[in-house]
Design a protein around this ligand. Sequence first.
Ligand code: TUI
Length: 306
Amino acid sequence: MLGIRYPVFQGGMAWIADGKLAAAVSEGGGLGIIGAGNAPASYVREQIKTLRTLTSQPFGVNVMLLSPFADEVAQVIAEEHVPVVTTGAGNPSKYMKLWLDAGCKVIPIVPSVAMAKLVTRLGASAVIAEGGESGGHVGELTTMVLVPLIRDATSVPVIAAGGIADGRGAAAAFMLGACGIQMGTRFLSAEECGIHPNYKEKIVGANDLCTMVTGKRLGHPVRSLRTQFARNYWNAEYGGMPDDELENLAVGALRLAVQEGDLKNGCFLSGQVAAMVKKIEPAADIVRSVMEEAEPLLRGAEKWVK
Ligand code: TUI
């Protein structure tokens, strides 16, 4: 459907997934996705241009629907005839016609059966079922539960996300009914990923209990590394800080992590799989090795039913 060699999407991470990282993933045979995050349309257009100088392979752009710039980003995507649009953190209904008319394939990230049914009716080509093991904005359900439920609820292909970082996770996702996977955290360790070295070190050095979820009180739960910022935020959240002050606490924290590597005030978004990310390597090697690891596992699964 998408013209890619491997069914591996790179998550459209805000501030992180730029044209350079996405191009490396697409050149490696996966689907590289530029993350629009909270950036204005001019940034997104620039990243699309950069990507197009580096690869002629298919790619995507992720629209973060809580962004104040979502309308203008949506427009740029249509104007640029971006091959694949993914959406996150909200309901993409109002943009679906615009994108479909421009020839884009629309693949929303859905945290529930209801949202999967809605976007299927509106013409989505596929859906990404993202469980709460993921980094960033998280839904209620786990990947293990969400993927089969969504597979049963929609006629379009399902891509699994959340908690997948290697061939074992990919094989498990296929068993649950997915026909592709999306990984975010694993690509933080890509050579072509331009995050601050402190961020990469934190990911590669993480253990199983290194992430936590904050932000539930304001309705936007976010998984990040358990850093000083995350602990302070959690204390403020459950210590009675007023809503407006709490909102201000988070402003700029993603940028501080990604660009400055600020270990004190930065918010280092990460999935639970950080503990499984062991080394820094080219993005193309990540795409290929995950699928090469998955293949014998899928064949070998027969032994459990004999
Ligand atoms: O979107 C993500 N992950 C993200 S977005 C982000 S930036 C951010 N900054 C501040 C606050 C919140 C986010 C960092 N990480 N993943 C995809 C995803 N989408 N996960 C969950 C959802 C989702 C949630 C609700 C999708 C649709 C939805 O619909 C709600 C409704 O009914 O409108």
